[in-house]
Every structure is written in structure tokens, then in C-alpha cells.
Design a protein around this ligand. Sequence first.
Ligand SMILES: *[C@@H]1O[C@H](CO)[C@@H](O)[C@H](O)[C@H]1NC(C)=O
Ligand SMILES: *[C@@H]1O[C@H](CO)[C@@H](O)[C@H](O)[C@H]1NC(C)=O
Ligand SMILES: *[C@@H]1O[C@H](CO)[C@@H](O)[C@H](O)[C@H]1NC(C)=O
Ligand SMILES: CC(=O)N[C@H]1CO[C@H](CO)[C@@H](O)[C@@H]1O
Length: 428
Amino acid sequence: MATTNPPQLHHFLSLHCLHKRKRSLLALLSLPLLLLLAYNGASVFYLQAPFPASFSLENCAGKSRKWASSSTKLSSTVMLSLKEENPPSIRKTHFPILQKSKNSVIFEAKRMGKQKPMFKFLRSEAGSDRFSARVKEFFGSNSCQSRFFMTWISSIDSFGDRELFTVESLFRSHPHGCLIIVSNSMDSTRGIEILRPFLGKGFHVNSISPDFDYLLKHTVAESWFNRLRNGDVDPGEVSLGQNLSNLLRLALLYKFGGVYIDTDVIILKSLSKLRNVIGAQTIDLETGNWSRLNNAVMVFDKGHPLLYKFIEEFALTFDGNKWGHNGPYLVSRVVSRVKGRLGFDFGVLSPMAFYPVDWSRIGGLFLGPRNETHSKWLSGKLNHIRSQSYAVHLWNRQSRKIDIEEGSIIGQLMSDSCVFCNSSALNL
Ligand SMILES: *[C@@H]1O[C@H](CO)[C@@H](O)[C@H](O)[C@H]1NC(C)=O
Ligand SMILES: *[C@@H]1O[C@H](CO)[C@@H](O)[C@H](O)[C@H]1NC(C)=O
Ligand SMILES: *[C@@H]1O[C@H](CO)[C@@H](O)[C@H](O)[C@H]1NC(C)=O
Ligand SMILES: CC(=O)N[C@H]1CO[C@H](CO)[C@@H](O)[C@@H]1O
């Protein structure tokens, strides 16, 4: 697995340099080249301010040529990752998987009513320092090279092969990383059994039940959460568990810092060089600017002000009836609002970084070659993803039921990033 600066990072760094040294670069680079780059949307649509010091600026000079040359390749990707710009006007009826199902949530949030819902997992244990103590102890006692969080607010039975593969891919690319699965159901004897193969290999993974009181304390969401618990917030039609996952990931990163990943992501490369970044899901071909971000992969320092804004937005605008409103749309809304304001240092990575294929086309990655032309296309696409992407979001909601065919891109990426590499994993 490549662990050296992946190309995406070069883009990232170089754009930063470009930003910093716009004038001199303008002089150096010809106008047509700049236009081309702008058209391609490049990798970073917007970068607020100097990137943290861990990125040395020496990279600037050396990498910019590389960036320029690979940008031509990017154009095809950009086209591919574009799609109609209105996915989640999805109505529940069209996507039965969205409904409360076996996969969704432990509790039933009935429409608001006056009755108090029994949100079992929303209750805190007495002595609620427990959560933070466990998190800190786990991160502290293992020399973690990077800290990862996943959340699982569903039953343990639905934590299946796909989810386990996300864990596999994480440890394949970060053998010395530490992963906490924040989950009530997985924080159990059975949960430990499920993770035992990873523990057996010496990987650092643990499941810990969330403590919302602790996590939301001193944020704007604190009172929102109390109202929810008291039955004074309409949880809406959609699964509250998944919405809370949207909040939970923000609060986890805000309190502890690290990398958040969804359970339907295959990690392809080390993310250790990324800091304070979020990924674009789609870009606007005309402007080259991102048009939507996604919250399935996020890397942020503890206490980052953007996270605070996300949490605030969640509490102020929660709408449990609109798909994506508290998730992908939320981060997009907030980032476009704070864009250009001082004090919000972060980067937006191109769709290739985490979402090389959008949800509407994800099925194509599961297909084996149909004929020679198709086979060539597949291997071109595969190489492109291998070289440009840190991770691939599988959009489980759309792809969970799709079989992985032999010779498919997903099949190959999985054999690239497996740890156990036994047939079951490759036959999801
Ligand atoms: C695209 O992004 C640039 C840089 O942030 C901004 O100045 C410009 O207004 C944006 N264009 C559109 C159409 O949003
Ligand atoms: C090859 O397969 C692809 C994908 O199924 C199909 O769209 C295309 O028409 C086929 N081309 C030929 C020449 O059969
Ligand atoms: C694959 O490997 C994992 C970890 O060792 C194990 O739990 C699982 O049963 C294996 N599956 C098969 C089909 O061998
Ligand atoms: C308001 C909101 O974001 N609701 C979301 C709750 O979770 C479900 C399942 O992911 C989403 O479909 C809803 O959009």
C-alpha cells in the first residue's frame, strides 16, 4: 500500500502553495494552464488559510510541476464524479432501506406526541466520566499513530461483513492506528467476539457506549439533546439513530480530535498526512467549485471551530423529516457560510479523495468486465482510484444489496486492502 504522499496530497499542498504565492505563480505559469486547472476544479476548492505546520512548505516548489501534469488526468475523473445535483430528494417510499428496519436503531421513535420516548441509549450512566475515561485510556494506553472513530447506532446483528471490512481496510492502511467504535450494541461481550480476530492480530480496536451528555456538554446541542430526551423535539419520520450518528461524529471529533469514518468506506491509503479536511462529494463543472460536501470521512483536530459550527447548525436546524438535512447538507451549508472567514483553517478535498464515484453510479464498481472495452475502462478506472483516492465510500444505502462480481473494481480494491483476505470477505 502506498504510504508516501499520495498524489491527492500533492494537489493539496501545491494548491496551498499556489494560494500563498499566487503572484509569483501567476508569473510562472501560463494563463492557459491556470484556466485548465480552474476548469478541472483541482483538488482543493477552497483553502482558508495556511495549513498546519506539519506540512512543510518545501514541498511547494518540487510538487507543483507534478500537480500541473497530473491535473490533466483529473479532468476525466471530474466528469465521472459529476452527476445530477439533487440526490437526496429521495423519499422514503423509493428507498425502503431507509426506513426503520432491522438495520435501524434500537429504539422506536414514534411521532412526537406527548408521550416520552424510551430512548434507552440516550440515557447516561451514573457517573458519566466513564465514557471519556474509557476513550482516553484506550487512546493513551496504545501508542496510537492515528485515532479513528466509527459510530454504530444499530443492532449488533446488522454489524455485518461490510462493516467488518471497513475495519479491515482501516488496519491494513494504519496498522498502528487505534479505532473506537462508538456503539451501545457493540460494547458487549458479543461485540468483543466479533472484533476478536482483529485483537488477535494485535490491532487496537475497542467499542465504547456513547455518553451524549458528556459529548454535548458546553455545546449548543446540549439543550437540543435534553429536549429530545424529554420528548420535546420531533424526531421526524426518518431514523433518529442515523441522525444522531450525524451529531455523534461531530461531537467525537470536537472532544477528542481524529478521523471519523462511516462503516461503509474502504480505506485505501494512510490518512495520516491529512489534517482538518472534509471531502467534496460533487463539484460544479462550470465554476469548478464544490457543490456538496459529505460527512462520511472527516479529519479534524480537537476543538476545531468548524466542528463547533457544525454542531451548532445541527442543534439549530435539526429536521428529522428531510433526508440528509442534518448530515451532508449540513456540512455543505456551514462550510459555504464560513468560507473566507478567518479562524477556520481547513481544506476541502476533491471528490476523488473519498467519493471517487457518486452514489448514483456506485453499482458500476461492483460489475465484472462485460467485454473488452468495458474491461479496459474498468482497469483505467481502477488505476485512477488506486492512485488518487484515499478511500471509497460505498454508499451502502444504494449498494448494500449489490453482489461483488469477479474482476470488479470493488473486488480488486478489497483484495488490495484486506487483512484476513479470506473468501468470505471477498464475497460480501
Ligand atoms: C467559487 O469559489 C471561489 C473561491 O472560493 C469564489 O470566489 C467564487 O465566488 C465561487 N464561485 C461560485 C459560483 O460560487
Ligand atoms: C461492452 O459492455 C458495456 C457494459 O455492459 C456495454 O455498455 C457496451 O455496449 C459493450 N460494448 C460492446 C462493444 O459490446
Ligand atoms: C475469515 O477470517 C476471519 C478472521 O480470522 C474469521 O473470523 C472468519 O470466520 C473467516 N471466514 C472464512 C469464510 O474463513
Ligand atoms: C434530518 C435528517 O438528516 N434526517 C436524517 C436522519 O437519518 C436518515 C437516515 O440516514 C436520513 O435519511 C435523514 O435524512
